[in-house]
Every structure is written in C-alpha cells, then in structure tokens.
Ligand binder design. Structure first.
Ligand SMILES: NC(=O)c1ccc[n+]([C@@H]2O[C@H](COP(=O)([O-])OP(=O)(O)OC[C@H]3O[C@@H](n4cnc5c(N)ncnc54)[C@H](O)[C@@H]3O)[C@@H](O)[C@H]2O)c1
Length: 260
C-alpha cells in the first residue's frame, strides 16, 4: 500500500481515536498487525497473549498508549481478571478482536484427541470466554464492536488453511458471529468476522514451502497470499463507524479463492 492511501484510510477512521480495543493473540502475526493498525488510528490498544513477553514487545514497538497483558483465552478466571484490569484502567472496552487461534494440518487421523481438544479450547471456547467477560460492559455502555478471526476453511471444512478439524472450529466462529450479531445488535453491539485465506505468519510458515506457496497462489484469482495489511484495513473498517450497518457478516479476504 502507498503511504498516501494509508494516510487517507487512517484519516477516515478518526472515530477510533476515542476507542479502547482489546486484541487476543496479539504478540505476533495477524493479531499484532491489527493491534498496530488500530493504534495507528489513535485507538488505545491492549495487546493480550499467552506469550506475555511477546505481547509486551509488541506494545513497546507500537508505542503510544498501547499496553500489554498476559491472557490465556482458555483460562476463564484469568480472562475475568484481565478484563477487570482493563476496565479499571480505561473505563470501557469498545472493541474486542478475537484473534487468538491454533492450527491443525493433515488428514483427519493426524489430529489426535489432545490436539482436537486444544483446537476447541482456543478457537471456540476462547471466544466464548472473551465474549462472556467483555460483553456485559459493552451492554452497560450501549455500544460495542466485536471482530472474530475465522478462516476460509470454515466454508469447506478445511482445505488450503488447516484440516477438517480446524475448519470445523472456524465454522463455529462463523455461527458465533451470526448468533451474537442477532442477540447483541439490539444492545448496540455489532459482531463481524474476517476470513483470511493463507497468510505468511509463524502459524503457516512450517507448511509454506515454495511449491505449496506456488500451488496456493495459482488457485487464487488475484494471484497472491493474503497480506496482514489486507486484514488490518478490514478490521479497522469493521471496528469503526464507517461500517455502522454491517453486522453478522463473515468477510473473506482471499483474493477470490472461495469463488473457484
Ligand atoms: N495465518 C493464516 O494463514 C491464517 C488463515 C486464516 C485464519 N487465521 C487465523 O488468524 C488468527 C491469527 O493467526 P496467525 O497466523 O497470526 O497465527 P500465529 O500463530 O502467528 O499467532 C497466534 C497468536 O495467538 C497466540 N495464542 C495461541 N494460543 C493462545 C491462547 N490460548 N491464549 C492467548 N493467545 C494464544 C499465540 O501466542 C500467538 O501470538 C488465528 O485465529 C488463525 O486461526 C490464520
């Protein structure tokens, strides 16, 4: 992206300057990039991650008002404590980005029971835990915005990103997004999801050999992987007022992959 267009898009989400955002899994990858993008628009961002040092490094790199807290999305009690700390410090949480996630690859029988339990615990129960902890304060303020990170794998039960079990948890994220949008819309809270295709992050790196990368790009009409900046721009748009009448949607950022 040209610097000029970045400047313009950040001018357009001026309303984010007043907002407080909590991002899960923000120590690296997509979560870190979304946190930085929101902070770039003046948002006060709290980076949370099971990797406390990574989250602290991310917040230091972002600078300004960005802060970091250790938070394991599987740990319901710990999330309650973290959310209370954020509310004590900032008074409210306007934006919740449910980004923390884990991946499983390979055929159906290559995911053992422990790995399946971990997929469910992080990708699904993690969102349950964070929404249950944060939504009451959003309801009290009559305003809020939740953005979940799903995946194109939700549409086909796995495939390019992750296997059937991973895709199944991400399909659950799509259902959570629709159901919460229906229940929370009347309380002033919008809920949407972003479905990336393949992004070159630590999660995918071990699987992205040159030949795999080439094969994936060949299947994508726009001919490249999803960039983190594609996701940051959409997250900022969904989190801000320019998308005020959009809720319950899962938006694929896949260069047309799902059309093929
Ligand atoms: N990379 C891709 O190709 C891709 C594609 C589609 C969807 N996604 C989704 O995007 C999200 C981010 O993925 P990424 O590629 O940046 O992955 P990543 O592995 O680079 O980063 C994930 C982050 O989540 C954190 N995390 C893991 N378990 C946690 C837990 N229990 N509690 C709190 N934090 C935890 C990790 O420490 C890490 O910082 C995930 O939900 C993933 O499923 C990724």
């Amino acid at each position: 992206m040209q610097d000029g267009s970045k400047h313009t898009s950040q001018q357009q989400d001026q309303e984010l300057r007043e907002r407080v955002a909590l991002v899960t899994g923000a120590a690296r990858g997509i979560g870190l990039h979304i946190a930085a993008r929101l902070a770039g628009s003046g948002c006060t961002v709290v980076l949370t991650d099971i990797d406390a040092d990574g989250a602290a490094r991310g917040a230091a790199a972002i600078g300004g008002t960005a802060g970091a807290l250790r938070m394991d999305v599987r740990d319901r009690a710990g999330i309650g404590d973290t959310v209370r700390r954020v509310l004590d410090t900032h008074g409210r949480i306007d934006i919740l980005i449910n980004n923390a996630g884990v991946l499983a690859q390979g055929a159906f029988d290559q995911t053992d029971g422990a790995a399946w339990d971990e997929l469910v615990a992080v990708n699904l129960t993690g969102i349950y835990n964070c929404v249950q902890a944060v939504a009451p304060s959003m309801i009290a303020h009559g305003r809020g915005n939740i953005v979940n990170i799903a995946s194109v794998s939700a549409a086909r039960g796995g495939g390019s990103v992750g296997n059937v079990w991973y895709g199944t948890t991400k399909a659950g994220v799509v259902a959570i997004t629709q159901g919460l949008a229906r229940e929370l819309g009347p309380r002033g809270i919008r809920v949407n999801a972003i479905a990336p295709a393949v992004v070159d992050t630590d999660m995918m790196k071990p699987h992205l050999t040159e030949s795999v990368r080439g094969a994936i790009c060949a299947r994508i009409p726009l001919g490249r992987l999803t960039h983190k900046r594609d996701l940051g721009e959409l997250a900022a748009w969904l989190a801000g007022d320019r998308s005020e009448f959009i809720t319950g949607q899962t938006i694929a950022v896949d260069g047309g992959l799902l059309c093929t």
